[in-house]
Design a protein around this ligand. Structure first.
Ligand SMILES: *[C@@H]1O[C@H](CO)[C@@H](O)[C@H](O)[C@H]1NC(C)=O
Ligand SMILES: *[C@@H]1O[C@H](CO)[C@@H](O)[C@H](O)[C@H]1NC(C)=O
Ligand SMILES: *[C@@H]1O[C@H](CO)[C@@H](O)[C@H](O)[C@H]1NC(C)=O
Ligand SMILES: *[C@@H]1O[C@H](CO)[C@@H](O)[C@H](O)[C@H]1NC(C)=O
Ligand SMILES: *[C@@H]1O[C@H](CO)[C@@H](O)[C@H](O)[C@H]1NC(C)=O
Ligand SMILES: *[C@@H]1O[C@H](CO)[C@@H](O)[C@H](O)[C@H]1NC(C)=O
Ligand SMILES: *[C@@H]1O[C@H](CO)[C@@H](O)[C@H](O)[C@H]1NC(C)=O
Ligand SMILES: *[C@@H]1O[C@H](CO)[C@@H](O)[C@H](O)[C@H]1NC(C)=O
Ligand SMILES: *[C@@H]1O[C@H](CO)[C@@H](O)[C@H](O)[C@H]1NC(C)=O
Ligand SMILES: *[C@@H]1O[C@H](CO)[C@@H](O)[C@H](O)[C@H]1NC(C)=O
Ligand SMILES: *[C@@H]1O[C@H](CO)[C@@H](O)[C@H](O)[C@H]1NC(C)=O
Ligand SMILES: *[C@@H]1O[C@H](CO)[C@@H](O)[C@H](O)[C@H]1NC(C)=O
Length: 842
């Protein structure tokens, strides 16, 4: 029997109440004959296909959408849901998951008005796609049955100016859409059914509040999220406090709210959740919160709230909220002791008082909080012993964070905790020397941090059975001994996001076992691992970002199989015994930012393939045995194109070694305290296009060699103590006078003040460099002289800064690239710059 239901035929069935029964009865026969029931309405299929045409679908998200026989039923397409009775499309959900979004697997293009043909569309979710800032077509405001609209995305959006005045829209999510480049939000007034409005991360303009905020929000609004908009109190409060009293959920987090928490919140009597985190609120927790009997969630973290903690909690416990409150976030405020009694908050499920200034012993009454699911006390100065009885009522606990206090954990070997934790962080609690056996009962763990807790044991075998669910494991800074098993087998190599593993600073030994291929972060440094790292060649596809094997006893050649490691940002092999050459295949590290091979026994020359590492910012090859005269590696140093050390508080003269970087195109040393004359060797940097030495303490005359740099396009010598006549030559006179401003004793064109004596003599110190060179060398040997480099050519130079260490007195070419860059998130540049400053000062 063949049943092909066209949409029209389908409609005939619409009123047959027994249709579903008939359907079920026919089904086996249908399956046999390999034919399909098509519910999809032709016109809507075509509309959807037109919609698809205006999209760019690089990742085949819509591959199930088509006209082919096996695809004809649009109700079976990905993201399309039809009414079971009418066959009309009711839901179109093409939201890209956050995971895919992060990997740029989303739809692009424009939103076609063909969607208007979907008369019954009630739910439209196009979140996390990229419509390239193109306007959302006006028609979206005309979809009369639309109740749910979510367009949150990573890019700008321009919304329709008009919504039907009878719009039934209840849910509007424009999160992260940066959408209000033009227009006001007046149209929101017309959405009289609106219950949920998410405008978080929308870059709402903070100025001229009346412009944007002059609208009436529906009285039915229940959920309002305006977080992450940088709104000042003056823009949001007046409008907000005239808002519906029916509001249940309000998130104003990550704005610029100042002053104390306004009393006006007390009139929002229906509030269940109030989040005011991450602003600049001051003062205490006002008493009125105590009387907000509906309040279940109160988030006040990351503000400047202060006062005695006991008083703040007292303010809350004086009223009915003590019975209703389930979530209390007070992370990172300035609350001080004494620690109050919290045991009375009988409904409390989440308590975060981490990163405050609380000290003394922990409040024992906490053990009455039997509903507690999450407890974070980390980053205070709590002391004292925590024993099993503290946890005996906490059978619901899933997250426990006690890290970075001075707690001592006394938990017996055979303790069976009443809880099953997912998240456990006990960093810096005292709990050694044995490996905690009670962990064996915790087989739901996703996050485990028992770093720096004084364990000097070996890891028991059962531990690795817990590991398959872990996304984070930190065992660092203990004295853990023994060998590691094959970790690629112990962790789930297919888990999205993988597992970050930090076991640095222990006494692990033996060879490094195969590691999970999906770990974003692997730090095995400061252990006693030995042998070669050939295991790397057995790894094919991997998603490693950070691999740190530094300060071990690893030896042998560097493996020549880096083809599959193109997701690596940081590779740190510092302080081992690796020998031989740097292999060519390191050129395949397309995304590498930091390559640290410092202090090994590497020889030979840098392979030219390293030029392919176009993202490389820090290359540290110091303390190796690279052969070759200075001339040989000068050609490599010639690859350093740009040097930006501006605003670093550097003092002393410009290191001569910079002048060896013959390939330099741009040098920015501005805003430091550099002294002495500007070296005439600057004229040797014949490729120089950009030179900024402004706002330093340079003295003496401007070297005439500067005028030989014919390619110099940008020069700034302003605000120094330079003196004498600006050397003649078309080059230096062609710049604007402002280039030399703020050098009081400078004279000659293009400045207005003429020199008193046309025969200005060069000031001392410009010509006798050769005499002091050796001294300076020594000086730089001890000072350290750092350069980070970028290999290969790159355009915008502002991001790169660094130094070069070059020790002329050593017989083999010894050089040392180090330090960090300002623009680069993965390096704690502040630390490195600080080091640099110290070196310069000494
Ligand atoms: C419609 O059908 C789908 C799949 O056959 C089913 O999951 C859903 O519950 C049905 N909806 C209604 C309202 O019957
Ligand atoms: C909605 O718009 C229609 C047509 O423009 C108009 O006739 C009607 O009065 C409006 N209703 C409201 C409540 O504004
Ligand atoms: C808001 O509502 C008030 C009173 O209902 C009305 O007077 C005012 O014009 C409305 N404002 C806007 C922008 O619609
Ligand atoms: C809010 O309401 C008060 C009176 O309740 C009024 O004085 C004030 O102007 C209103 N603010 C706005 C922005 O509408
Ligand atoms: C307690 O409440 C009062 C009155 O609202 C307030 O002024 C004070 O700052 C609060 N104290 C603390 C420590 O939160
Ligand atoms: C807690 O810190 C305060 C200062 O903030 C200090 O006076 C007090 O002695 C400390 N108490 C304990 C028990 O460490
Ligand atoms: C558990 O909580 C109850 C009150 O809810 C309390 O009486 C009891 O002492 C608590 N148990 C422990 C071991 O503290
Ligand atoms: C592991 O713990 C140590 C010490 O607590 C900490 O410094 C380090 O940042 C942690 N590692 C990671 C990857 O978070
Ligand atoms: C690994 O740990 C060491 C401390 O032993 C630290 O210096 C290093 O920065 C860590 N590596 C990475 C990539 O974070
Ligand atoms: C590389 O390892 C060394 C030695 O352990 C450490 O000092 C340095 O911070 C590490 N660099 C990075 C970028 O992790
Ligand atoms: C480096 O790039 C060049 C030219 O793009 C290419 O021929 C070569 O194979 C690359 N080498 C490596 C190791 O990536
Ligand atoms: C230069 O030195 C002076 C005096 O030591 C200091 O006040 C100033 O902050 C320094 N400027 C820079 C840019 O380092």
């Amino acid at each position: 029997m063949i049943i092909i239901m066209s949409s029209k035929l389908f409609l005939l069935f619409e009123n047959i109440a027994l249709f579903s029964v008939i359907f079920l009865q026919l089904k086996p026969t249908i399956a046999d004959s390999n034919n399909i029931i098509i519910r999809c309405i032709d016109e809507e299929r075509e509309a959807l296909l037109t919609f698809k045409q205006s999209l760019v679908d690089e990742h085949g998200v819509l591959s199930s959408w088509g006209r082919e026989d096996d695809k004809r039923d649009c109700c079976k397409w990905r993201g399309v849901y039809c009414s079971n009775t009418t066959g009309h499309v009711k839901v179109l959900n093409l939201r890209t998951s956050d995971y895919d979004f992060a990997r740029r697997k989303f739809l692009k293009g424009t939103i076609s008005p063909a969607l208007l043909k979907l008369h019954d569309l009630g739910h439209l979710d196009l979140s996390n796609n990229d419509f390239g800032g193109s306007p959302v077509p006006e028609f979206i405001g005309s979809l009369s049955k639309l109740r749910y609209l979510s367009l949150s995305c990573g890019g700008p959006l321009e919304l329709p100016r008009k919504f039907r005045n009878d719009s039934r829209l209840e849910y509007l999510n424009l999160e992260n859409s940066c959408l209000f480049s033009v227009g006001s939000l007046k149209w929101l007034s017309r959405l009289s059914s609106l219950r949920h409005l998410d405008l978080s991360y929308c870059a709402l303009p903070p100025v001229n509040p009346s412009f944007i905020w002059h609208f009436n929000l529906s009285t039915s609004i229940e959920t309002l999220d305006l977080s992450d908009n940088n709104l000042p109190s003056s823009s949001v409060y007046p409008w907000l406090f005239n808002l519906s009293r029916n509001i249940l959920y309000l998130n104003l987090g990550s704005n610029s709210l100042r002053g104390s928490i306004p009393e006006a919140f007390q009139h929002m009597v229906s509030l269940k959740s109030l989040y005011l985190c991450d602003s600049e609120l001051e003062g205490g927790i006002p008493k009125f919160f105590g009387n907000m009997c509906s309040l279940k969630e109160l988030g006040l973290s990351d503000n400047k709230l202060s006062g005695q903690f006991s008083q703040a909690i007292q303010n809350l416990s004086c009223g009915c909220v003590v019975n209703s409150l389930e979530v209390l976030y007070l992370h990172d405020n300035d609350f001080t002791r004494p620690v109050p009694l919290l045991g009375g908050f009988s409904s409390l499920e989440e308590l975060q008082v981490d990163v405050n200034r609380l000290n003394g012993t922990i409040d024992k009454s906490l053990n009455q909080l039997s509903k507690l699911e999450s407890l974070s006390l980390d980053g205070n100065s709590f002391t004292g012993v925590i024993s099993e009885t503290f946890f005996s009522n906490m059978s619901n606990l899933q997250e426990l964070v006690l890290a970075d206090n001075s707690f001592t954990l006394k938990l017996s070997h055979n303790w069976v905790p009443p809880f099953q934790l997912k998240w456990l962080s006990l960093a810096s609690c005292k709990m050694g020397p044995h490996f905690p056996k009670w962990l064996q009962t915790q087989n739901q763990l996703v996050h485990l941090d028992i770093s720096n807790v004084g364990i000097s044991d070996t890891i028991p075998d059962w531990f690795w059975d817990l590991s398959s669910k872990l996304s984070y494991l930190n065992l660092s800074n203990n004295h853990i001994k023994g060998k590691l098993p094959d970790l690629s087998l112990r962790f789930d190599g297919t888990r999205i996001g993988g597992t970050s593993i930090d076991i640095n600073s222990n006494h692990f030994e033996g060879s490094i076992p195969p590691l999970p291929s999906n770990s974003p972060f692997l730090n095995l440094s400061k252990n006693k691992f030995s042998g070669s790292v050939t295991f790397l060649c057995s790894i094919n596809v991997n998603t490693w970002n950070f691999l740190d094997l530094s300060s071990n006893l690893l030896s042998g050649g560097l493996p020549d199989c880096w083809l599959h490691f193109d997701s690596l940002f940081v590779l740190n092999l510092t302080n081992n015994r690796f020998s031989g050459k740097i292999p060519d295949s390191m050129g395949f590290l397309n995304n590498i930012r930091t390559l640290n091979l410092h202090k090994n026994r590497l020889t030979g020359e840098l392979p030219s393939s390293l030029r392919n590492c176009s993202q490389l910012r820090v290359l540290d090859l110091g303390k190796n045995a690279f052969f070759g005269s200075e001339n040989e590696y000068k050609s490599t140093l010639g690859l350093v194109r740009c040097l930006d050390l501006s605003s670093n508080k550097l003092d002393g003269p410009i290191p001569e070694e910079i002048m060896d970087l013959v390939g330099l195109i741009a040098v920015n040393l501005s805003r430091n305290n550099l002294t002495g004359p500007i070296t005439p060797k600057i004229g040797e940097l014949t490729s120089l296009d950009f030179l900024d030495l402004s706002r330093n303490l340079f003295s003496g005359s401007i070297p005439s060699s500067l005028s030989q740099l014919s390619g110099l396009g940008v020069l700034d010598l302003s605000y120094n103590n330079s003196s004498g006549k600006i050397p003649l030559g078309t080059q230096l006179q062609s710049f604007n006078a402002s280039v030399y401003a703020g050098n009081l004793e400078l004279c000659g064109l293009p400045l207005a003040n003429m020199c008193p004596d046309e025969e200005s003599t060069p000031s001392p110190g410009t010509d006798d460099d050769s005499d002091t060179l050796e001294d300076e060398d020594d000086q730089f040997i001890t000072l350290g002289f750092y350069v980070s480099s970028i290999l290969g050519f790159f355009v915008g130079f502002w991001g790169v800064c660094g130094y070069l260490m070059l020790n002329r007195s050593w017989s083999y070419g010894y050089f040392n690239f180090l330090t960090g860059m300002k623009d680069w998130v993965y390096v704690i540049s502040a630390v490195n710059i600080a080091k640099l400053q110290r070196k310069f000062r000494n």
